[in-house]
Design a protein around this ligand. Structure first.
Ligand SMILES: [Zn+2]
Length: 451
């Protein structure tokens, strides 16, 4: 080989070494096996070029990462209702400064933003994260909302307008779409066109009041997932969903009908339970025993939050919370498909209780366990089942060869105490290792407007 060519080969080797993540073996500790929903002794986790390997790869220089017996490894968490949104002074924007670091620090390696306020900005964020220019979870784009929740929504959109909007964002690489504030006519078109593009649709729907859509009708149209409310006849369409839900008796035998409709159609339900407890200022250690999150706000934002007084909405959520608890438990007992999402935009024009998205996934999981769902099931929902619900189970959801090398490592067994998922200390995404503490430190004082 001549000298010039030799140098070129060395150069290419150096560049590609930087492009690819390290080849790594993780030894020791315990690993969550999504097929048995138990922690097994770690027999070696192999990470090769950003995906999980089998260990049979021809690699000369494995890096080795040794864990202790106190370390518990989980597939990276997936948040299917992961808002980056901040609202302040009647204006909304997506935060790309602190939110991405806070999600990743908490073991959330994949986020479905469930309605992007500034889709272009979110696409730029994703590109920078993917190029390792800044740390953050995977952005599994939802694209903009479909419905009045989108700043650019026009209630007079024609069928063609909606089909084109779907095609446009599907082509851009959306992973699924989200409806909020949509009419029945528009939703039917959205679902049809999304399915033509092999994308799932989820919806923040309502009771059917004032030309809104009751989830029961959305299921008949073929919706894939539903957020917040199960719907059905018990959610009366004579008032909006929140007021209707407040009056619902979770023990009412008629609830069985809507639960069975979900099961028969394989529709996933994302209860976003915890956020109602937090907004309702419910007195539970789930919501109030780790108030360290204030340090993430900018000084201006912290002052702003201190000045916001609780409103009627907080009182309403306090009434809704026990209803949602009862409904979710019945839905679980009947065998309904559950997903996990946080729904914690930072809405600074309202008082929305403690808890930042990112940290909140641990609360959501703890809230599910509190109603009586086994912790092992909840861990499964937040990983493998969430991946299946979004249709990415070939790439995410479990520690299996060929899937994205995404995982989190926490101290102590979360099946014995779900709150231990909070003690995540190391996160690996695409084979790249992140210290939770470093990510958190980089986000402190950065969340929310500066002035
Ligand atoms: Zn939401």
């Amino acid at each position: 080989m001549n000298r010039k060519l030799f140098l070129l080969v060395i150069l290419v080797a150096l560049i590609s070494k930087q492009t690819y993540a390290q080849n790594l073996i993780i030894n020791g500790g315990w690993v969550f096996d999504t097929s048995t929903k138990t922690f097994e002794k770690n027999k070696g986790i192999y990470l090769v070029n950003g995906v999980f390997g089998t260990g049979s790869e021809q690699i000369l220089n494995w890096e080795v990462f040794n864990l202790t017996d106190e370390d518990y490894v989980l597939p990276g968490l997936i948040d299917l209702h992961a808002h980056y949104r901040i609202s302040y002074n009647q204006e909304a924007y997506d935060d790309t400064v602190a939110m991405p670091k806070i999600f990743l620090a908490n073991g959330v390696t994949s986020t479905f933003p469930a309605g992007e306020i500034e889709p272009e900005k979110m696409w730029d964020l994703q590109k920078e994260i993917d190029a390792n220019k800044r740390p953050g979870p995977r952005i599994l784009h939802s694209g903009p909302y479909y419905g009045t929740a989108a700043p650019d929504w026009n209630p007079d959109f024609t069928e063609k307008d909606i089909r084109e909007r779907v095609d446009y964002w599907a082509k851009r690489g959306a992973y699924g779409l989200k409806a909020k504030g949509i009419t029945p006519e528009h939703l039917a078109i959205l679902i049809d066109q999304a399915h033509k593009n092999k994308l799932t649709v989820t919806g923040h729907l309502d009771s059917g009041f004032r030309n809104s859509v009751n989830p029961q009708d959305a299921i008949d149209m073929g919706i894939d997932r539903v957020e917040h409310f199960l719907g059905g006849d018990l959610l009366a369409d004579t008032t909006n969903a929140y007021y209707s839900l407040k009056q619902l008796d979770p023990m009412d035998p008629k609830l069985e009908e809507i639960i069975q409709l979900y099961i028969q159609n394989g529709v996933y339900f994302d209860a976003t339970l915890g956020t109602y407890g937090a907004i309702g200022l419910v007195d539970s250690p789930i919501f109030f025993d780790w108030a360290y999150e204030r340090q993430y706000f900018t000084p201006f934002t912290e002052k702003l939050i201190e000045g916001i007084k609780p409103s009627d909405f907080n009182a309403l959520c306090a009434e809704i919370y026990p209803v949602k608890q009862g409904v979710l438990k019945r839905y679980y007992d009947a065998g309904g498909l559950i997903t996990v999402g946080t729904d914690r935009p930072l809405l600074l024009d309202n008082y929305l209780g403690g808890g930042i998205g990112g940290f909140f996934i641990h609360r959501e999981m703890a809230a599910m366990v509190e109603v009586g769902i086994p912790a092992a099931e909840v861990l499964y929902f937040a990983t493998q089942q969430n991946a299946e619900a979004l249709g990415i189970e070939d790439r995410a959801g479990s520690i299996s060869p060929g899937k994205w090398a995404d995982l989190m490592i926490t101290k102590g067994n979360p099946i014995e105490d779900i709150k231990r998922t909070r003690f995540v200390h190391t996160v690996i995404k695409g084979g790249r290792i992140y210290s939770s503490e470093e990510l958190k430190n980089a986000a402190k004082g950065k969340l929310g407007p500066e002035k």
